[in-house]
Design a protein around this ligand. Structure first.
Ligand code: SF4
Length: 398
């Protein structure tokens, strides 16, 4: 049977004028599905509309089965079950989404179905002036055992944490090295959960002499700082830390109360001291958020002065505007603020952070003047926001 796997393209809707800044990740889950189907004896074709463009690529395709494989926004930021029309295909019918369909973690991605040089890293990953393409993504684990109250990962993965055989991850890395892929993302929610596995992977990369520039996410309390020198040696140049809120009481409520602001400062300092850059992930719009707690979060971001920050807004029960960069982004309200107020705070925070002299000076010292220019080009982009009101539809500089 011929099966055509398609990744749809919604990048313009998701990112608007920021579309060129966002990464284009290789469609890893789709490639694993492709690898699995091929192993079953099917003829498989992959069409990535994020690369090909919509209309022309599909017009001449003949296939027995078409499967759309879509993903993108971080599952921590909104409630999938509120999304109309999101369905899971079951034998003979379609059903409303409940959790992800069974996933074959042992499938081998069919890398030969794409050209890794078509994909590109985030612009911040290349602040040092290095090329954004080719780009590779891989993983060592899947899901998360934690239960942070704002995060839908537990529903998304049924609160399961599953480990991939590291030999499969090593095969991906070998493929990347052979195909001159230097920029790599580990997409695990919990890459650092098992220090021994992280160390094993680092030892492999170091022994093979690969020259990678890797980034991965980490929960603050799963990062074993004693591994930082080895991580650097293996090519880890960025770690994205889930800091979320500058308010201790907020973090206690959310399930991220195991660290104080003092611990956060210490961990960020230790990562930076090992010449690994930090992406600080912060969120605005928790139910308990007020202007004061959101300001605490922004103050902490300024104090940490991370090489990059993501200021995310929490989505609650919306059916559209799920991307925080989209024109119709609608964050949920808090007990004291409307969604629009949260969004305005977020947009102002973004602008303040990325234009602050203290940030730009640090960037200049770390990456040079070209990085400062790159950030200035981004903060010159105008982002339109419908929720600010039809009459008041506002253009904000991001
Ligand atoms: S640790 Fe991260 S991925 Fe896991 S539940 Fe909390 S926010 Fe979600």
């Amino acid at each position: 049977m011929k099966i055509t796997l398609i990744r749809p393209d919604s990048r313009d809707l998701q990112y608007g004028p920021l579309v060129d800044i966002a990464a284009i990740e290789p469609p890893l889950w789709l490639l694993m599905r492709a690898g699995f189907l091929k192993e079953q004896g099917h003829q498989v074709e992959v069409i990535d509309l994020e690369i090909e463009g919509t209309s022309s690529a599909l017009s001449s395709v003949i296939s027995d089965v078409f499967e759309l494989v879509s993903w993108g926004q971080n599952p921590t930021s909104f409630n999938w079950q509120q999304v109309d029309g999101l369905v899971q295909r079951c034998p003979g019918h379609v059903a409303s989404w409940k959790s992800l369909p069974p996933f074959n973690i042992a499938a081998v991605p069919l890398w030969s179905a794409i050209d890794v040089s078509d994909y590109r890293a985030h612009s911040w990953h290349c602040l040092d002036g290095s090329p954004r393409s080719p780009y590779g993504v891989t993983f060592t684990s899947y899901g998360c055992p934690y239960r942070c109250s704002f995060c839908v990962t537990r529903g998304y993965y049924n609160n399961r944490y599953r480990e991939r055989d590291l030999r499969d991850t090593m095969k991906d890395l070998k493929y990347f090295a052979e195909n001159k892929v230097k920029k790599i993302k580990f997409i695990d929610e919990m890459f650092f959960l098992k220090g021994k596995r992280v160390e094993q992977l680092c030892d492999y990369i170091i022994a093979e002499g690969y020259d990678f520039d890797i980034w991965a996410y980490s929960r603050l309390d799963t990062l074993d700082v004693s591994l930082l020198p080895k991580l650097w040696k293996a090519g880890f140049r960025w770690i994205a830390l889930g800091i979320e809120s500058g308010s201790m009481s907020n973090r206690m409520t959310l399930g991220k109360g195991s660290f104080t602001n003092f611990d956060i400062r210490k961990i960020v300092r230790q990562v930076k001291d090992n010449e690994i850059n930090v992406v600080g992930n912060f969120m605005f719009g928790f139910s308990s958020d007020t202007y004061d707690t959101m300001q605490e979060t922004l103050d902490l971001a300024f104090e940490l002065n991370c090489e990059h920050v993501n200021f995310n807004v929490l989505m609650k029960g919306r059916k559209n505007g799920l991307s925080q960069y989209s024109t119709d982004c609608h964050p949920g309200e808090t007990t004291s603020l409307t969604g629009t107020q949260v969004l305005q705070f977020r947009d102002n925070a973004f602008r303040q952070y990325f234009t602050a002299p203290s940030y730009l000076d640090m960037l200049n010292r770390t990456f040079g003047e070209s990085a400062v220019e790159q950030v200035r080009r981004i903060t010159d982009i105008i982002l339109r926001r419908k929720p600010y009101g039809k009459r008041m539809e506002q253009s904000v500089k991001v």
